[in-house]
Design a protein around this ligand. Structure first.
Ligand code: GDP
Length: 518
């Protein structure tokens, strides 16, 4: 019978990535680690693995090629039946034998990356309101976070670490895409994987599409959790069909989108979801160096009446220690105390650890990047350097003139829709641009001449007037004075609160342009 790739990998005590490597070597096609493979391929793989683990160093390279020539050698199957078991047994108890194989690989292929240890995946949960994001996070927190003995209550600090059979998974627990967008708006990317929650009784809703657009724009892999499976009216098939219409094809329909049915109420499927997250993380091969230069991102900042300024920082690289100097934007602080997300006092924190820090002088904003400095003096120097480079960019922006190309779009016969894009956050701008880019074709160019955060300005109207562009606003509106100038100049300013309505407008503009005007 058929076997799923990750099941086989587990059975043979192999990393999924290694398993895929073997499959690639055999020329076997697959969609993802949850794809199934044929029985004879399974036997072949067992044989290869068995040969590799018997220590025949050279056989390792030779095996896949050999196998490719003779993929269906039936007689071999019998021999391998006993062999892999022996191999698995010898490899299983002592993980050192697996390490030995890896080191040997390193010498041959000299992959410097493998010196850097793996880190836990950071996951964000997004989706439409009321589809169960908070409930899902609560369920995972309740069942997967060991409450610290002292204190007891786990506080909301913006992220938490869940323990699973496959290791740690860090969840950003501000549900919705606000957290994702604000963090991305500052150029940081914290999430490695986005879980898009879709209620089985409601299917895709506007914010679901937005969440998907955000994840796509950020190039963050998505896993779909179809929630509320306990409801009698749950209709997961509809959700899958609807996804297909967005060009997101679930695995069982032949695509590569992982869709996991869950219930945040009963807990059904949550284990599977966690397993898929771990699998995905393994494939992404997430690594960070605890000994490297510290880098982190602010998840959340607040003022506590008693403690003062508290900020949750996600350690992305390096290790934080109590007493370290941290620089955020143009302010700095010294770490007085750190607590982990379960409320326990800690002295140091490595990659993929969310830590609540006491010691910032000002409340940092989520998404701000955090660096460390050796001492107070170095911290001040860093801030001074930042302030001066900020002033330089500000000046440069004022002086920058638009080129003709930017004004008029490319000078060719290609049909062009000129747009000026204004949105509330950089994340929204990028999400919209991501969708627009996919609408382009050989003879259609969507030219976003200017995009920016905040309401459109008089300058935008002037530019739109000369270039015959439409100004599209997302979650921002033009002030009265600007609207008036636009009316005078015959420039269209259109505002939207839902990305897809904005996109629909672009579709209308495209259609408008299709009519031959010459
Ligand atoms: P959010 O707005 O996406 O964070 O959604 P919530 O977690 O607040 O859930 C919205 C509503 O759906 C609440 O009344 C939940 O109790 C309910 N809900 C969430 N998950 C489930 C589920 O798996 N099954 C059922 N039956 N109800 C759920």
């Amino acid at each position: 019978s058929k076997v799923r790739i990750y099941t086989l990998a587990k059975e043979l005590n192999l990393e999924n990535a290694k398993m895929l490597e073997i499959l690639d070597g055999l020329g076997v096609s697959y969609k993802s680690v949850s794809s199934t493979i044929e029985e004879d391929t399974v036997e072949l793989i067992k044989q290869i693995v068995a040969e590799e683990s018997t220590g025949a160093g050279e056989a390792q390279a030779a095996a896949p090629a050999e196998a490719q020539d003779a993929p269906k050698q039936e007689p071999a199957a019998q021999a391998t039946q006993t062999q892999p078991t022996a191999a698995a047994q010898s490899a299983a108890p002592a993980s050192s034998s697996a390490t030995a194989t890896q080191t040997r690989d390193d010498v041959v292929t000299e992959a410097p990356k493998t010196d850097i240890p793996h880190r836990a995946p950071v996951v964000t949960i997004m989706g439409h309101v009321d589809h169960g994001k908070t409930s899902l996070l609560d369920y995972i927190r309740k069942t997967r976070v060991a409450a610290k003995e002292a204190g007891g209550i786990t506080q909301h600090v913006g992220a938490f670490e869940a323990q699973t059979s496959k290791g740690k998974i860090v969840f950003i627990d501000t549900p919705g895409h606000e957290a994702f967008t604000t963090i991305r708006a500052r150029g940081a990317n914290v999430a490695d994987i986005a879980i898009i929650v879709i209620a089985a009784d409601d299917s895709l809703m506007p914010q679901t599409r937005e969440a998907i657009a955000h994840a796509q724009a950020a190039k963050v892999p998505m896993i779909i959790a179809i929630n509320k499976m306990d409801l009698p009216q749950a209709n997961p098939e509809k959700v899958k069909t609807d996804l297909t219409q967005l060009n997101l094809v679930p695995e069982e329909y032949g695509g590569d989108l992982i869709v996991v049915p869950v219930s945040a109420r009963t807990g059904e499927g949550v284990e599977d979801l966690l397993e898929y997250i771990s699998l995905n993380a393994e494939l992404e091969d997430l690594r960070a160096d605890p000994k490297g230069t510290f880098a982190g991102v602010v998840i959340e900042g607040k003022v506590d009446k008693q403690a003062g300024v508290l900020a949750t920082v996600m350690v992305q690289e390096g290790t934080l220690h109590v007493g370290d100097f941290l620089v955020v934007g143009e302010s700095y602080g010294k770490i007085k105390a750190m607590t982990d997300s379960a409320g326990g006092r800690i002295k140091e924190a490595g990659p993929s650890t969310p830590v609540q820090i006491l010691g910032f002088s000002e409340v940092p904003t989520s998404g701000e990047k955090v660096s460390s400095a050796k001492n107070e003096h170095a911290a001040r120097d860093l801030i001074a350097a930042r302030a001066s480079s900020r002033r330089d960019t500000e000046n440069a922006q004022v002086q920058r003139k638009l080129t003709l190309e930017e004004m008029m779009g490319p000078l060719s016969t290609v049909r062009t829709v000129n747009l000026i894009l204004r949105a509330d956050t950089q994340g929204s701008v990028e999400a919209i641009q991501g969708i627009l880019a996919r609408k382009e074709s050989e003879d259609l160019k969507i030219n976003v001449m200017l995009s920016g955060i905040g309401a459109p300005t008089e300058g935008d109207v002037l530019l739109a007037g000369t270039a015959e562009a439409t100004i599209l606003c997302f979650s921002v509106t033009a002030p009265g004075s600007v609207t008036k100038i636009a009316e005078n100049k015959g420039v269209d300013i259109k505002s939207f609160r839902i990305i897809y309505e904005l996109i629909d407008e672009v579709d209308r503009l495209i259609k408008g342009n299709v009519e031959p005007v010459f």
